[in-house]
Design a protein around this ligand. Sequence first.
Ligand SMILES: [Zn+2]
Ligand SMILES: [Zn+2]
Ligand SMILES: [Zn+2]
Length: 280
Amino acid sequence: MKVTVLGTGAIGYPLAFCNCENCQQARIRKGKSIRKCASILINDDLLIDLGPDVQTSMTMYGKDMGNLKYLLQTHIHADHFEPALLCTRLPHQIEKKLQKLHIYAHPWCLKYMNAQIQELEQVDLMSQEGANQLNVAIHDIKAGDVVTFANYKVKAIETDHDLEHGSLLYVIHQQDKNLFYATDTPELSENALKQLENIKMNVIIMDHTFGDVDYSYSHLNEKLFLEQIDKLKKIHCIDENTKIFATHISHEGMKYHEAIEQRAILHGYHIAFDGMELEL
Ligand SMILES: [Zn+2]
Ligand SMILES: [Zn+2]
Ligand SMILES: [Zn+2]
């Protein structure tokens, strides 16, 4: 399994209109401190989150949106789903027809994705006619469900990140390798831990929105990130060979890349950066 990290920011880093010390440093240093909205590509055909920066990052890293066959959507927040990008699949926008895109998401997330598509282009994603127009197939997936397609096996994991609109984390299994993509999320729930138990992860990419601060909202800060690693060790998801990365980085308590990477290494993990490639 090949993973290309397309974006590692919480709605982008530096934050658009922020002039704090961390955002200023990122503007000066550039490089790995510039972060697009969080999203990853698996091999060349499976995307997690069609966020607003995906078209830019795919092109930057030599990837072709036309090769995408599967989309796993974690949730509906604007830094993870950009309806206008999906609408470029409509026949009046496209000159050469693309292959079908299979979309997997929580049923409520699908409902809100549909509402946004309808508002933009008056296309009903959930109807056969609308799905045909967009050349997509829609699939419900709920926490605990396992779906298989091509040679992937995907397990959806519960998260309390957005209980109103439906949100999920995903374990991707392919050829004896497991990847846990765990953003956006607060502390892992009891159900989530049950769903994850004994799945030995090769790579974990997890929410680390905040750094050394005493708040976390519906995300993780440094203290909670470390606590989740401990929980995952106890349920045999993490052993000494598991590579752990932080993503969804915000400017709140998270400095420029090299500084937070140095601090992360002391705790046994790494900070992901845009364009990072992993081979599992
Ligand atoms: Zn987010
Ligand atoms: Zn800032
Ligand atoms: Zn979110």
